[in-house]
Design a protein around this ligand. Structure first.
Ligand SMILES: NC(=O)c1ccc[n+]([C@@H]2O[C@H](COP(=O)([O-])OP(=O)(O)OC[C@H]3O[C@@H](n4cnc5c(N)ncnc54)[C@H](O)[C@@H]3O)[C@@H](O)[C@H]2O)c1
Length: 286
């Protein structure tokens, strides 16, 4: 029987791709968002998840359409610093996550996958990273209220997993979420590497981000885990080794960089989730 998954933020940029991915892989997604999903074929519930009552209700049941939820994918958030005031972002993102995690506990929804962020790696790297490529093996370095909320969400998840040993909570530290519309403008930054130095020239295609979400659901095991999720290449035409030498001289490197390989290490996601990015801007006709 198809497994029911609540997808918060399912009407958004990444959420729409996640819904498509889950629908084509045997899941039954139900979108929960402040705005309805554009496709009327997709089950969609409008809710403001800052409200605990609404968060609790959508994980327990929504009228006669469903009575049991098997998993939660939580993407609802203001998706970056500067899009609202710091305190509005902090409050919206942290409280929705607390409401959903605690509601999942109450409703017995034991599988949770949610969007954390590459910002925890130290973006915008005004302070250079400790080494390259960056990975999951150094302490979080939030540099904004947005990132601080994501950091506290990961901290919260670790404690909730400790309190509830049957639960699986997986954080995906997603890179900058991009799609074909963004790729159409990729010529603009090629002449000046400093323009996208802030996130080490990384990105995640919506479809590959969606694959990571699905695979995290499929590989859920009890406990808290987190993964860096990016595409295998950069947004640049210039080779990665050249970018590093120019923009991050003196930063230790853990490997020799080949071609345009990403500086956000995705080895752990490949190894443990079977994540295999296949889309991206180089495959897209621009
Ligand atoms: N966009 C990026 O570059 C990026 C990078 C890393 C991580 N992320 C994370 O990925 C997730 C999805 O990002 P996106 O780019 O698809 O953003 P988006 O803005 O396109 O989608 C987010 C959705 O969340 C909904 N939402 C926000 N607050 C809500 C609330 N209180 N109640 C109900 N719905 C609410 C919005 O209506 C929107 O549809 C977010 O958690 C974001 O922080 C995004």
């Amino acid at each position: 029987m198809a497994r029911r998954v609540v997808v918060t933020g399912g009407s958004g940029k990444l959420g729409r791709a996640v819904v498509d991915e889950l629908r084509t892989h045997g899941w039954k997604p139900v979108v929960v968002d402040k705005v309805p999903h554009p496709d009327r074929e997709v089950a969609s519930v409008v809710a403001d998840l800052r409200d605990l009552g609404q968060a609790t209700e959508v994980l327990a049941a929504v009228d006669s359409r469903f009575r049991r939820v098997d998993a939660l994918v939580h993407l609802a958030a203001v998706p970056g610093p500067g899009l609202a005031t710091n305190s509005a972002i902090f409050e919206n993102n942290l409280m929705t996550t607390h409401n959903l995690f605690t509601s999942a506990v109450r409703a017995g929804v034991n599988t949770v996958v949610w969007a954390s962020s590459e910002t925890l790696l130290g973006i915008p790297f005004t302070t250079p990273p400790p080494y390259l490529p960056v990975d999951e093996n150094y302490s979080a370095r939030p540099e904004s209220s947005y990132s601080l909320a994501k950091h506290l969400e990961e901290t919260m998840a670790a404690e909730i997993a400790r309190w509830n040993p049957d639960m699986s909570l997986t954080a995906l530290r997603l890179s900058n979420v991009l799609d074909d519309t963004d790729y159409a403008r990729f010529g603009e930054h090629q002449a000046d590497a400093a323009r996208r130095r802030w996130n080490l020239w990384a990105y995640i295609d919506t479809r590959d981000g969606a694959q990571a979400v699905r695979k995290a659901l499929e590989h859920a095991i009890p406990g808290y885990r987190m993964y860096v999720i990016a595409n295998a290449d950069t947004v640049m035409e210039r080779p990665t080794a050249e970018l590093v030498a120019e923009q991050f001289p003196g930063v230790p490197t853990n490997r020799e960089f080949t071609g345009n390989e990403t500086l956000l290490c995705i080895d752990k996601a490949r190894r443990e989730l079977g994540y295999q990015p296949t889309f991206g801007w180089r495959n897209t006709t621009r």
